[in-house]
Design a protein around this ligand. Structure first.
Ligand SMILES: [Zn+2]
Ligand SMILES: [Zn+2]
Length: 198
């Protein structure tokens, strides 16, 4: 009896499995056929309920983290110990190529930002100096240092990526270092312009 029962269970299991696969395949085909519509519906639903959804997932993830905090901590520690040495070894081995890649990345951002504010080839807004290495950004109302402090920007690179990230806000222009420093000496007007005024 037990034997039969067992057999029945086994065959039933197989049947269920087949059915499951069938329905899954059907679902998948339906999804593939109506992918665009379904995704649009999902997006619409998400946008409509964005606050509810994000509040719910925030609570869920907090709950999960709280309930599994010790296991998570152990996992994190193991992961960090493993990857720390790997990362260091990788960085040591590839120092030159990493630096090259970073330099190119920074140069590209700078070029993009300067081209935007120069409306084409980067050049000084005052004297039209176009040697790229001579150029820098200038806060039009002269509040560059205040702006950098407020945004926690410490370098030129930081300013350029901030400008790009924030969609190129107005109030900035490109100047060469000569015009930039010159106007600091002559109270906000570049010596080039003072010469013209005289
Ligand atoms: Zn200039
Ligand atoms: Zn000038």
């Amino acid at each position: 009896m037990v034997h039969y029962f067992h057999m029945w269970r086994e065959s039933d299991k197989g049947h269920c499995q087949k059915n499951k696969e069938k329905t899954q395949a059907k679902k998948r085909a339906h999804y593939l056929k109506n992918k665009k519509k379904i995704l649009a519906q999902q997006k619409l639903y998400y946008l409509k309920n964005i606050e509810k959804i994000s509040a719910y997932s925030r609570i869920q993830s907090k709950k999960y983290h709280w309930e599994n905090r010790e296991a998570i901590l152990v996992k994190k520690r193991i992961y960090n110990a493993k990857t720390f040495s790997q990362r260091h070894a990788y960085a040591r081995k590839n120092r030159d190529s990493i630096k090259k890649r970073m330099d190119k990345h920074n140069h590209d951002i700078k070029f993009e930002v300067f081209s935007h504010y120069s409306k084409g080839k980067p050049k000084c807004a005052c004297c039209e100096e176009s040697i790229f290495e001579f150029l820098t950004t200038e806060h039009i109302d002269g509040k560059g240092s205040e702006h950098r402090r407020r945004e926690g920007i410490k370098t030129g690179k930081g300013t350029y990526s901030w400008l790009k990230k924030n969609g190129y806000p107005s109030g900035f222009k490109i100047l060469c270092f000569n015009c930039n420093c010159g106007q600091n000496v002559t109270k906000g007007v570049c010596p080039h312009l003072l010469k013209e005024i005289k």
